[in-house]
Each structure stands twice: as structure tokens, then as C-alpha cells.
Design a protein around this ligand. Structure first.
Ligand code: CIS
Length: 209
């Protein structure tokens, strides 16, 4: 059993639009995963991601027929907020959420590719650092980078992380990584499509927190 295969993303349609309800259902399982990681430092990240999802869901639930795709939400908010947009509402929440999703994508891909510190093969710090540098670091000032350093020290061992992905079951590493690869088949194009949407709508911001 795998927490990832339980929450597999759907294949995107040809126009690469992302269905809001399905997306929200998928990502709603991420926050609970932090409870398996065993350190309080992850509660900060959990609460940030939870806040993003809650904000997007609140907009969606106001009018599900209007907000069928994530792009419907961005376009409606652009129209409603004019100069304030895109640093507003669900557009801002999804901007940050997608960075967390990108982090997860790079982390999982790095594990699936077998990247590891040969001197410390049961640590995943090289994989986490790679994901952080590519997905998040440029948006973080030094205080948040310190939170990252604390999270890195508290990161689970590779064996425990793979066990958590396997819902606490002892699964052979190769079997677990096969599940990760399977999960990434639809997950990666979905994250890419959200990034592309932000580029196309000129909605990306690069301020730091
Ligand atoms: C293995 C553990 C590795 C952990 C490493 C963690 C590294 C990241 C450390 C960064 C600390 C971030 C603390 C928070 C920073 C926030 O200030 C920052 C900006 O927040 C935004 C809000 O979100 O600020 C805006 C204003 O400027 C707004 O307030 C906005 O909120 S809004 O608009 O909603 O009101 N936020 C960030 O920088 C985002 C940080 C995201 C970090 C993501 C880290 C993910 C780590 C995941 C590890 C586990 C991976 C496991 C893989 C899969 C789990 C399976 C779950 C099943 C479901 C599958 C579906 C995917």
C-alpha cells in the first residue's frame, strides 16, 4: 500500500487544464502526512500548506460551477481585483502551494533517480537540499532559510520516510520507489501545467518572505 498511489493525480486533458475539485481532493491529503514525520518543526510547514488549500477551497466553494478549473479562479480574481492581483486571494495561495508541490516533485524524483549521499546512505538531506534550492530558496529571506535548516536536521531517515510513504508498512525499497515513479507520471505534468499557467497569465511574483 502506498500513500502516493492512494492519491494519484489524474492524467491531464489535452488542453492541460487542472480540474479544481480533483486537485483540491488530491492535495488535501498532504498536510496529514507531516504528522508521520515526527518533529514539531514540520507543523509550521503543515499549517502554511493547510492555509493555502483552505483559501483555494473557500473560493471554489463560493461557486463550483464557475471555478471548474484552476485557471477559471485566476482569471476571475484578475478581473475582480485588478491592480491588487496577483498578490491576492486564491491566486496568491496557489502561487505558494505550487512551490511546495514543486519541492515534493523534485524530492521524490531525486529519490526515484537513486541520488544519495554515499557516505550517509540512510539520510535524505541531499535530496531535500536539492528540492529546496530548486523550488523554494530564492523566495526565502534568511529567517525562513533558518527554518529550513532546522527542518533539514529534523528530516526523517530515508528508511523511515519510505516507510511513511508506504503507510507504515515495511516495504522493499525498490517497490516503494516504483510507487514513487508511478505517482510522478501524472503529478509532474500537473505541477508543470500550474507553473505554465502562472507564466501564461503573468501571475508569478518573485518577492521573498
Ligand atoms: C522530508 C521533509 C523535508 C522538509 C523540508 C522542508 C523545507 C521547507 C522549509 C520552509 C519553511 C517554510 C515555512 C513557511 C514559510 C512561509 O512564510 C512561506 C510564504 O507563505 C505564504 C503563504 O503561504 O506567504 C504569503 C504572503 O506572502 C501568504 O500568506 C500565503 O498564504 S495564503 O496566500 O494562502 O494566505 N511559504 C513557503 O515558503 C511555502 C513552503 C512550502 C514548503 C513545502 C515543503 C514540503 C515538504 C514535503 C515533505 C514531504 C514530502 C512527501 C511527499 C508526499 C506526501 C504524500 C501525501 C499524500 C498526498 C499526495 C498528493 C501530493
Amino acid at each position: 500500500m502506498s500513500v502516493l498511489l492512494d492519491n494519484q493525480f489524474r492524467e491531464l486533458p489535452p488542453d492541460k487544464s487542472v480540474d479544481t475539485k480533483i486537485f483540491l481532493d488530491n492535495v488535501s491529503h498532504i498536510p496529514a502526512f507531516f504528522d508521520c514525520l515526527g518533529s514539531k518543526v514540520f507543523s509550521i510547514i503543515k499549517s502554511d500548506i493547510n492555509g493555502n488549500i483552505t483559501k483555494i477551497r473557500a473560493v471554489y466553494l463560493k461557486d463550483p460551477a464557475k471555478y471548474v478549473t484552476l485557471q477559471d479562479i485566476l482569471e476571475a480574481e484578475r478581473e475582480a481585483h485588478q491592480a491588487e492581483w496577483p498578490k491576492v486571494g486564491a491566486t496568491l495561495a496557489l502561487m505558494w502551494l505550487k512551490r511546495g508541490l514543486h519541492f515534493i516533485q523534485i524530492l521524490l524524483q531525486s529519490l526515484a533517480d537513486g541520488e544519495r549521499d554515499e557516505n550517509n546512505p540512510n539520510l535524505i538531506r541531499v535530496n531535500i537540499t536539492k528540492a529546496y534550492e530548486q523550488a523554494l530558496k530564492r523566495y526565502h529571506g534568511w529567517i525562513v532559510q533558518k527554518i529550513f535548516n532546522a527542518a533539514l536536521l529534523a528530516a526523517p531517515y530515508r528508511s523511515n520516510f519510505l516507510k511513511a510513504l508506504s503507510k507504515g508498512e515495511e516495504v522493499k525499497e525498490e517497490e516503494c520507489l516504483a510507487n514513487v515513479r508511478q505517482f510522478l507520471v501524472n503529478y509532474t505534468p500537473t505541477v508543470d501545467a500550474i507553473y505554465q499557467m502562472y507564466t501564461n497569465l503573468n501571475a508569478e511574483l518573485d518577492y521573498t518572505v
